[in-house]
Design a binder for this molecule. Structure first.
Ligand code: FEO
Length: 400
C-alpha cells in the first residue's frame, strides 16, 4: 500500500524509510535510520525527481504508481547518480519505457556505467546550468552543483512554486516518522547532530563547492527545500542555510573543547580526564570527550567541525599513533578540516612517538594553531606533570 505524502497541491513525497540498514555507505552507523526521498510533480507533464535505494524499491514503486494515478511518466529528473538515489532508474524505465531522462552530460555517462540500458539519445533531455524545462504550470530550472556530493550533482529549482530540489544538500540521517517537514519536529534538539554528522562526513571535504552552490542559491527566492534525505524545509530556512554556510566555511559553531583520546590501559585517559577538570575549573563549560576506540569516527568528525578547540591524546602503538586515533586524524585530513586551535598529548612507555606524528598529520590542516605545551607522558602521569596540564589548560583557555 502506498504511503505518499502531499507537499503542495501537485507535489508529492514518494520516498521510503530504511530502518534496517546498519551502515550508510557501508561506513556510517544509522541509529535513527535514513530516508531516501523521491518526489513527483504532477503537472501537465508528470515528473519524477530521482529514485531511491534498491533496499526500499518495493515501497517506492507502489508510491510511484499511486502518485501517477494511472498516468504515464513523462520525465525522470536525475539530480544525483549515487546508487542510494539512482538504483531504480533501470526498473523505472522498464515500467515506464516512454519516460525521458532529464540529466546533464556527466550523469548520462554515469547511467551508462551503472546500467546496461543502451538508451537512444532521444530518450535523454540533456541540461546544463540555467536550462529550463516547462512541464505545464511549472518551469524547472537546473543548477549544477558539482561535488555536492559527486561531480555530476545538480539541483532542480521550480521557479513557479519556489521549490529547490537540493539533492544531498540539506539532508540529514534519520527516517521520516510521519512528519515529513522539519517544522513539525524539534529539529535543533533531535536532528541537528545527525544533520551535522551527515553533512560533515558525506560532503564536508567539499566546502568550497558547497559555498559556490550556496552563493547561487542566495540569488533564488526559495519557499521550500526538498532534499534527498530527511526533512523537507518550508520554515526557518535561513537558520539551516546558515548552518551549512558555517560548515562549508569550516567555521566552528561553538566555543568549546573537544577532547578525543586513544588510551590502551587508561593512563592516557586519566591525563585528559584531569585536563578536562582543569578546563572546567577555569570556567570552560562546553567540553566534549570521545574515546576513539569506543565512539564511531563519524561522530568525532562531526564534533570536530562543531567545536573550535580540539585536543588529541593518544598512546604510541607500533612506533606510531594508536590505530583508532591514527585513523581519525587521517579521516579529518581527508575532510579538509581547518581553522581550529589544537593541542596534543601522547604517551609511550619506552618511546613516546605519537605526539610528533599527530602534529605532523595536523600540520596538513589549513589555518590551524597548535597550542603549547605538547605533553608527553611516560606510562603514567607524574605529579610533576600536573603543572604541565595546568599550563596547557591555561593556554587553551587563553586561545578560546
Ligand atoms: Fe545520498 Fe550522495 O547520495
Amino acid at each position: 500500500m502506498h504511503n505518499i505524502s502531499k507537499i503542495t497541491e501537485d507535489l508529492f513525497w514518494l520516498g521510503a524509510n530504511d530502518r534496517r540498514l546498519a551502515l550508510f555507505e557501508n561506513v556510517y552507523p544509522l541509529p535513527l535510520g535514513v530516508s531516501y526521498n523521491a518526489y513527483m510533480l504532477r503537472d501537465e507533464k508528470t515528473v519524477l525527481l530521482d529514485t531511491v535505494d534498491s533496499a526500499v524499491s518495493g515501497q517506492f514503486f507502489e508510491n510511484l504508481a499511486a502518485a501517477l494515478q494511472g498516468r504515464a511518466l513523462d520525465y525522470l529528473i536525475v539530480n544525483h547518480m549515487e546508487p542510494d538515489h539512482c538504483a531504480e532508474i533501470a526498473r523505472v524505465l522498464q515500467v515506464y519505457p516512454a519516460a525521458k531522462i532529464v540529466c546533464n552530460a556527466q550523469t548520462k555517462r554515469m547511467i551508462a556505467q551503472f546500467f546496461d540500458l543502451n538508451l537512444p539519445d532521444e530518450q535523454y533531455v540533456l541540461v546544463k546550468e540555467g536550462d529550463t524545462l516547462n512541464t505545464g504550470r511549472h518551469i524547472l530550472q537546473f543548477i549544477m552543483a558539482p561535488m555536492v556530493h559527486w561531480p555530476e550533482v545538480m539541483m532542480t529549482y521550480d521557479a513557479t512554486d519556489k521549490t529547490l530540489f537540493s539533492a544531498d544538500a540539506f539532508g540529514t540521517f534519520g527516517t521520516l516518522n510521519g512528519n515529513i517537514f522539519a517544522d513539525e519536529v524539534d529539529f535543533a534538539r533531535d536532528y541537528l547532530d545527525e544533520a551535522r554528522r551527515y553533512y560533515t562526513n558525506i560532503v564536508g571535504k567539499y566546502g568550497p563547492q558547497v559555498q559556490a552552490v550556496l552563493k547561487k542559491a542566495a540569488g533564488l527566492e526559495i519557499a521550500r527545500i526538498c532534499p534527498l534525505h530527511g526533512f523537507i524545509w518550508r520554515q526557518n530556512l535561513g537558520w539551516f542555510i546558515e548552518k551549512y554556510a558555517q560548515w562549508a566555511a569550516y567555521e566552528a559553531e561553538e566555543k568549546g573543547v573537544l577532547i578525543a583520546y586513544g588510551s590502551i590501559y587508561g593512563h592516557t585517559q586519566n591525563a585528559v580526564e584531569i585536563l578536562a577538570l582543569k578546563l572546567a575549573e577555569r570556567g570552560v563549560k562546553n567540553i566534549k570527550m570521545h574515546d576513539v576506540s569506543v565512539t564511531h569516527a563519524s561522530y568525532i568528525v562531526a564534533d570536530a567541525f562543531k567545536f573550535g578547540t580540539l585536543v588529541f591524546a593518544a598512546a604510541t602503538y607500533n612506533g606510531g599513533i594508536f590505530t583508532p586515533m591514527d585513523n581519525l586524524l587521517r579521516d579529518l585530513t581527508a575532510h579538509n578540516l581547518q581553522n581550529r586551535r589544537m593541542a596534543t598529548l601522547d604517551n609511550g612507555t619506552w618511546a613516546a612517538l605519537a605526539g610528533k606524528q599527530m602534529r605532523e598529520e595536523i600540520a596538513k590542516w589549513k589555518n590551524c594553531t597548535v597550542i603549547e605545551p605538547q605533553i608527553s607522558i611516560k606510562s603514567a602521569l607524574t605529579d610533576a606533570q600536573q603543572s604541565d596540564l595546568d599550563a596547557l589548560a591555561d593556554a587553551i583557555v587563553a586561545q578560546m
